[in-house]
Ligand binder design. Structure first.
Ligand code: AMX
Length: 441
C-alpha cells in the first residue's frame, strides 16, 4: 500500500510541476469557442474539465491512460486460470499510469481484502428500508451510512493541512473500493435472496469475491464480473456520475459524500439506469409479442411503437460516441465465446442489426449505435441474474474505480472549487439586444 501511495504521490508531484509550467506559458491560450446553443443544450463538446484517468474518442471509444479496452483485455494481469483482466489492474493503471505486474495486482487485491470490513450498523441501516426500495437507493444509503468512517472528514475536522488532502482521499478511496462489493452484495441478497448474506472468500480477487458474495460461484460468471468491472469503470470526466463526483469533491466533501452524489446521478435512466431499462424493454417486447426470439420485422415494429409513445430506445445513442461502443463490442465478444446460442443474447444482436437504421431515419439522433448498456443485462440473465433493477448497482461498484481514482488526482493536483458562471435568459436577451456589453452584466 505504501509503495502504491508513494508512487502515486511521485507521479502527482511531477504532473503538478508540468501543469504549473503549462499554465505559466499557455494559461491564456484560447481552446475553443462557446456557443449559446452549448450553454442551453447540456454543454456538449465544451472542453471544461481535466480528468487524468481516461479519454473518450467519439469514433474509437474510451481509452484508459491511452489503452483501449482490447489492449486492457490483452495486457492487464488475469486471475489464475482466467482470461479477462482484473479490475484491480485497471485501478492501478488509472492511479499511476502504468500497467501493473501480476505481483503488483495480487498485492493490491490483498490490500483491498484487508480493508474490506463493513461495520454492522451499515447493514442495519440498509435493512431499515422497505424491501421495495430501489437497489440503487439502498446502495447509496449504505455508502452514506459508512461516511462516518471517512479519514478525510475526520482529519479535516482535526485541522488537516491542505498538503495532506490527497493522502486522506487516497485512504478513503482504498477503503471504499474494498468495502463496496460487500454493501452491494448485501443489497442483492437482502432484496432477492431472503436476506441470506454470504461470507467473503479471502482467496478470491476483488471481482471474483463480489460474484461469490452475490451468490454466483460459476467461474464464467466471475470472469464476466471481471470484464464488467473493467469496462464500466471510467468514461472520462464529463459524464454525469464522474462529473458529479468531481464537482461535489471540489467542495472538499469527502470521498464517501462525493461518490454517493455521483451514484445518484448514475441512477438516472439516461445514464446508468439504462442497463435495467434495456432488459425491461426486451422482456416487455417478448411478453407483448409472445415470443422469446422476435424476428427483425417484429423488433422494428416494437421500436417504432416505443418511439411513437415518446420514449427513447434504451441502450442506444450517446452524448459523445458516434460509433458502436467498444464496451458493447467487448461484451458481444464475451457472448460469442461463452453463450453464442443464448436466445436473449441473440435478440440483443438482432436488435443491434435493426435499431440503428431506424434511429438514423429520424434525422435527429446524433448516434444511432449501441452503448455499453445495450448488452450487459443479457449476459447477466444468462447466468441467472434476472433481477434487472439491480443492474445499476453493478455499474456503480465498477464506476467507483474511475471516479475515486480521479478524486485522488483532483486532491493531489489541488484542483479548486468548481464554480462556473450561469446567466438568465433575460440576461441573454439584454446582451443579444446590445443593452449590455457583456453577457451576464
Ligand atoms: N432513442 C430515441 N431517441 C433518441 C435516442 C434513442 N436511443 N437517442 C437520442 N435520441 C433523441 C434525443 O432524445 C433527442 O430528441 P429531442 O430533440 O426530441 O429531445 C435527439 O435524439 C437528439 O439527441 P442526441 O443529441 O443524439 O443525444 P443526447 O446527447 O442529447 O443524449 C443520450 C444522449 C444517451 C441521453 C440519448 O442517446 C438517450 O436518451 N439514449 C437512450 C438512453 C441510454 O441508453 N442511456 C445510456 C447512455 C450511456 C450511459 O451513460 N450509460
Amino acid at each position: 500500500m505504501e509503495m502504491l501511495k508513494q508512487k502515486f504521490k511521485a507521479q502527482a508531484d511531477k504532473l503538478g510541476e508540468e501543469i504549473k509550467a503549462i499554465l505559466k506559458e499557455h494559461g491564456d491560450t484560447v481552446i475553443g469557442q462557446t456557443t449559446l446553443a452549448q450553454v442551453y443544450q447540456g454543454m456538449r463538446g465544451m472542453t471544461a474539465l481535466i480528468t487524468e484517468t481516461s479519454l473518450l474518442d467519439a469514433q474509437d471509444g474510451i481509452r484508459f491512460r491511452r489503452h483501449s479496452i482490447d489492449e486492457l483485455r490483452d495486457k492487464l494481469p488475469k486471475a489464475n486460470g482466467g482470461s479477462e483482466p482484473l479490475p484491480e489492474g485497471l485501478f492501478y493503471l488509472m492511479l499511476v499510469g502504468e500497467i501493473p505486474t501480476q505481483e503488483e495486482v495480487e498485492n493490491l487485491t490483498s490490500i483491498l481484502q484487508r480493508r474490506s470490513h463493513v461495520p454492522s450498523y451499515v447493514f442495519e441501516t440498509m435493512s431499515a428500508l422497505p424491501k421495495e426500495t430501489h437497489p440503487m437507493t439502498m446502495f447509496v444509503v449504505g455508502v452514506m451510512a459508512l461516511q462516518g468512517e471517512s479519514t478525510f472528514a475526520k482529519k479535516y475536522a482535526e485541522g488537516m493541512n491542505k498538503k495532506e488532502y490527497w493522502a486522506a482521499t487516497f485512504e478513503d478511496t482504498l477503503d471504499l473500493i474494498a468495502r463496496l462489493p460487500h454493501i452491494a452484495a448485501y443489497v442483492y441478497r437482502r432484496k432477492y435472496k431472503q436476506g441470506k448474506a454470504l461470507q467473503p472468500d479471502g482467496l478470491l480477487d476483488w471481482a471474483g469475491n463480489f460474484a461469490h458474495m452475490l451468490g454466483y460461484d460459476d467461474d464464467q460468471f466471475k470472469e464476466l464480473m471481471r470484464l464488467y468491472m473493467v469496462i464500466h469503470a471510467d468514461h472520462e470526466g464529463g459524464n454525469v456520475s464522474a462529473h458529479t463526483t468531481h464537482l461535489v469533491g471540489s467542495a472538499l466533501s469527502d470521498p464517501y459524500l462525493s461518490y454517493a452524489a455521483g451514484m445518484n446521478g448514475l441512477a438516472g435512466p439516461l445514464h446508468g439506469l439504462a442497463n435495467q431499462e434495456v432488459i425491461k424493454w426486451i422482456f416487455e417486447m417478448q411478453e407483448q409479442l409472445q415470443t422469446k426470439e422476435p424476428t427483425a420485422e417484429q423488433i422494428k415494429e416494437y421500436v417504432e411503437k416505443t418511439l411513437s409513445e415518446g420514449k427513447v430506445v434504451p441502450g442506444y445513442g450517446h452524448a459523445v460516441l458516434r460509433k458502436t461502443d467498444p464496451r458493447f463490442t467487448a461484451q458481444m465478444d464475451f457472448g460469442k465465446k461463452h453463450m453464442s446460442d443464448d436466445p436473449l443474447v441473440n435478440t440483443v444482436w438482432r436488435i443491434y442489426e435493426t435499431v440503428p437504421p431506424i434511429l438514423q431515419s429520424l434525422g435527429k439522433v446524433k448516434n444511432p449505435w449501441p452503448n455499453v448498456d445495450a448488452h450487459s443485462g443479457a449476459l447477466l440473465v444468462h447466468y441467472g441474474m434476472v433481477e434487472y433493477e439491480y443492474y445499476t448497482v453493478l455499474f456503480a461498484v465498477s464506476r467507483a474505480l474511475g471516479v475515486l481514482s480521479s478524486l485522488c488526482w483532483d486532491r493531489a493536483l489541488s484542483m479548486p472549487l468548481e464554480r462556473p458562471k450561469s446567466v438568465t435568459t433575460a440576461a441573454v436577451k439584454r446582451w443579444l439586444n446590445k443593452e449590455v456589453q457583456n453577457l451576464g452584466d
